[in-house]
Design a protein around this ligand. Structure first.
Ligand code: C2O
Length: 579
């Protein structure tokens, strides 16, 4: 990785190099370097009858697109002009040898402080599709997020019909209150955080209130064409169903990996996940409107999450006669029940890697290290002289992996490791298995207390890993969308109840399992993933439900260097922020 140290005016000028048009002319050459300048500033935004100051990129909400082709280098200078600390994570980008550009605060870097800047520099290798970027510190990602669009290499095409147009659709979650206040209050009391007030489609909440009628996202289409929708769930805490009345989708991609195309009329998408889907428009002969809708899937108790429905429009433009159907009279597409866990299991089972000779599924067939991690909620006792509002009013909510709630260090793990100053910052004794075994999905134990620590698993370069993530029912079973930084993995098996190490592995799909960076650990069940640890560095792994990260549902893998120079983590860039 070659670092560029160019004056910021240079980046500013290059920002205008990228043009959009007949899909994306201007993106013609292969393996070029694309420069972006991200100014992180406050922006006033009016939603749901109120104006709020939010943290945004270049005055845009959602943030601007990052557009590249597979094989390109992307150089993004991030300047922090707000009073909060900032980092940005390029969610799903492999970051081969470039862990310094990954972005999670206190894992791979110290935060960019007010008035400071940092240049993220990485090459997109072996990926094409949709990913996204988001702030990776506290709950700043509530408003700081945007799409990453990775086109196939020059002269390569999609393994499906060429779309007429491509449209990013980002789902988000909106609080009228300041989200930093919401999370700080939850940490203080130990209770669950206040729920959001609405969901959004491309930043817009839809006509749920009279005053928000013109805050409705509208997808304008022509009849008889194929549109590629690039779906991204950027919501903080909620997994979502999505549907458009009287339309179906063909899923062609998951987390920037092609899948065997399959049809559905209802999409399920968890925070952190992306899907490219084809929408074939009908051969209508007059202007017509349909509603699109998204709302959560949840097994949590009613009242503990936002169960509103966000509405958007699909508008056919055929002639010049305006359709006078009012949005309030159009039928809302019927979505599965809120707690439709079986729908999720069937949905996940339909996903298969494309797995052809050009895009093979390189599933590790022999496994060197096996891990079994329990994931779920738990508690810590209320500190003396405090009042707490967690379970039994004498505890604070926490969450854990193998009953360890991960404590964030105050310096970045990757720096500590690289400069051999890890002593006192982290330990390398993260357990391979839970220390106490119990019926994970049955009646939970009375003792819900977790331990706390900054523990890592060390993996020699190129280790093949199988990891079973087992959900627990402690303080309620929930689906946990688990995200691994620095890797894609194959989801080789899933099931409900407790994983059985004798009877379940023979059913694993080692031929064409879906390749992802974020996979759901089913509510009251388990998922098995495989990956090859061929990217040296320290890689965060966590539930992508933000309140669960806050509570400690996170850990990290330390992958050692290999022998060849192409197998080593490169030295840190000179502008790497200091803590
Ligand atoms: Cu998209 Cu560590 O997260």
């Amino acid at each position: 990785m070659v670092m560029s140290y160019l004056p910021s005016c240079f980046f500013g000028a290059l920002l205008f190099v990228t043009f959009f048009g007949n899909l994306y002319p201007g993106v013609a050459l292969a393996g070029v370097t694309r420069h972006y300048m991200f100014n992180i500033r406050l922006k006033n935004v009016t939603r749901l009858c109120g104006t709020k100051s939010i943290i945004a990129v270049n005055g845009k909400f959602p943030g601007p697109r990052v557009l590249a082709r597979e094989g390109d280098r992307v150089v993004i200078k991030v300047v922090n002009r707000v009073s909060n600390n900032i980092t940005i994570h390029w969610h799903g980008i492999r970051q081969l040898q470039s862990g310094w550009a990954d972005g999670p605060a206190y894992i791979t870097q110290c935060p960019i402080q007010t008035g400071q800047s940092y240049v993220y520099n990485f090459t997109i290798t072996g990926q094409r599709g949709t990913l996204w970027y988001h702030a990776h510190i506290s709950w700043i990602r509530a408003t700081l997020y945007g799409p990453i669009i990775i086109l196939p290499k020059h002269n390569e095409s999609y393994p499906f019909v060429k779309p007429y147009k491509e449209v990013p659709i980002m789902f988000g979650e909106w609080w009228k209150a300041n989200t930093e206040t919401v999370i700080n209050q939850a940490i203080q009391t130990g209770a669950g955080p206040n729920s959001s007030d609405t969901f959004t489609i491309n930043g817009l909440p839809g006509p749920s209130l009279n005053c928000s009628a013109n805050e409705t996202y509208s997808l304008k289409v022509k009849p008889g064409k194929t549109y590629l929708l690039r779906l991204i769930n950027a919501a903080l805490n909620d997994e979502l169903f999505f549907k458009i009345t009287n339309h179906t989708f063909t899923i062609v991609d998951a987390d920037a990996s092609y899948v065997k195309p399959f049809e559905t009329d209802t999409i399920f998408i968890a925070p952190g996940q992306t899907h490219n889907v084809l929408l074939k428009t009908k051969n209508l002969t007059s202007n017509t409107k349909f509603l699109m809708a998204a709302r959560p899937y949840s097994t949590a108790a009613a009242g503990t999450f936002d169960n509103t429905t966000v509405i958007g429009l699909l508008e056919y433009h055929v002639d010049n006669i305006t359709s006078n159907s009012s949005i309030n009279t159009l039928p809302v597409p019927p979505l599965p029940p809120i707690n439709a866990t079986t729908y999720i299991a069937n949905w996940t089972n339909q996903q298969r890697s494309l797995g052809n000779s050009k895009f093979p599924a390189n599933v590790p067939q022999t496994i060197q290290r096996r891990f079994f991690f329990t994931v779920g909620l738990g508690t810590n006792p209320c500190p003396k002289n405090q009042t707490c509002q967690g379970p039994t009013n004498a505890t604070k909510f926490l969450a854990s992996v193998n009953n360890i709630s991960f404590i964030m260090p105050t310096t970045a793990l990757l720096q500590a490791y690289y400069f051999r100053r890890g002593n006192g910052v982290y330990t390398t004794d993260f357990p391979n298995n839970p220390l106490i075994q119990f019926n994970y999905t049955g009646t939970p134990p009375n003792n819900t207390q977790v331990t706390n620590g900054t523990k890592l698993v060390v993996l020699p370069f190129n280790t093949t890993v199988e990891l079973v993530l087992q959900g627990t029912s402690i303080l309620g079973a929930e689906n946990h969308p688990f995200h691994l930084h620095g890797y894609n993995f194959y989801a080789v098996g899933q099931g409900s109840g407790n994983f059985n190490s004798t009877t379940d592995p023979p059913n694993f799909n080692l031929v064409d399992p879906v390749e992802r960076n974020t996979v759901g650990v089913p509510s009251g069940g388990w998922v098995a993933i495989r990956f090859r640890a061929d990217n040296p560095g320290i890689w965060f792994m966590h539930c992508h439900i933000e309140i669960h990260i806050t509570w400690g549902l996170r850990m990290a893998w330390l992958v050692m260097d290999g022998k060849l120079s192409s197998q080593r983590l490169l030295p840190p860039p000179a502008d790497l922020p200091k803590c």
